[in-house]
Ligand binder design. Structure first.
Ligand SMILES: Nc1ncnc2c1ncn2[C@@H]1O[C@H](COP(=O)(O)OP(=O)(O)O)[C@@H](O)[C@H]1O
Ligand SMILES: [Mg+2]
Length: 248
């Protein structure tokens, strides 16, 4: 599999419902993800994005097909959900280090790394703040730091910035890319925002509505590092227009 990090072949997912017809959530999904790649999954609500991400994260079983990670399917990953799901009675520091505590890996080295991540995420001054004292954007940054804290090679993110205003989202997108470039992780990022997918990704997987299929895979050939200049690049607008055309 060389530099292929993840390979899924002919994946289908059917939800069996008690009182209504079965839902075919995913149909014939084939995808290779390269090590260190930033992939976005883009599509309208209900097209199976979260289902695909949950399958990739082992939180949901596939109905048929295969999924194969380089090095085996039993590996560590970080998951960031749309809602930050922080423990309300724990402060920023305690929430961020929670996975390390559970894994009994809160040693000096990991504490130092966590400090650096909190710094990188602009949270150093808020370590003792409780979630309710933070803005939505800050809470989401805590959940990203938490997912990065144990240095899993794979990060799965399900519309992590979907509930935020556009300016905060743009800012966090840039921070996420900085972290990605520093840590060399593979990131699979679900979004329904075309601009967000273009800005972040090496490749955008465009999904069609039910049953969720891959409609097209688009290479985003914009230079990195990306930042404000990317959004002003006319090719950025062209990619957005192209993606909008596919989604229809
Ligand atoms: N646990 C479940 N049980 C039954 N149906 C589900 C379940 N989860 C999702 N679905 C259905 O599968 C389809 C895809 O859902 P989802 O993956 O959440 O889409 P998206 O994240 O793109 O909005 C939808 O029709 C949804 O109602
Ligand atoms: Mg979803």
């Amino acid at each position: 599999m060389e530099d292929i990090y993840l390979k899924i072949q002919d994946v289908n997912k059917i939800y069996h419902n008690l009182l209504k017809e079965d839902t075919i959530a995913l149909k014939d999904i084939n995808l290779d993800v390269k090590q260190g790649e930033f992939i976005s999954i883009l599509g309208p609500s209900g097209c199976g994005k979260s289902t695909l991400l949950k399958i990739l994260g082992g939180l949901e079983k596939l109905s048929s097909g295969t999924m194969e990670y380089k090095g085996g399917n039993d590996h560590e990953l970080g998951f960031v959900f749309q809602d930050s799901v922080l423990l309300p009675w724990k402060n920023v520091q305690e929430n961020a280090e929670f996975p390390l505590v559970i894994k009994k890996k809160l040693n000096d080295e990991n504490k130092k790394k966590l400090d650096e991540l909190l710094e990188l995420a602009g949270l150093s001054e808020f370590k003792t703040a409780l979630p309710r004292e933070l803005s939505g954007g800050m809470r989401q940054r805590v959940s990203i730091v938490r997912a990065l804290s144990y240095d899993a090679p794979l990060l799965l993110m399900d519309e992590p910035f979907g509930a935020l205003d556009a300016m905060t989202r743009d800012h966090l997108n840039e921070e996420l890319l900085k972290i990605w470039q520093r840590t060399n992780k593979t990131i699979i990022f679900v979004t329904h925002s075309i601009e967000e997918a273009t800005f972040l990704s090496d490749r955008v997987i465009v999904m069609s509505p039910r049953p969720g299929r891959i409609k097209e895979i688009v290479n985003i050939d914009l230079p990195r590092p990306r930042g404000e200049q990317t959004r002003n690049d006319e090719r950025f607008a062209e990619y957005n227009k192209y993606l909008r055309g596919i989604i229809g």
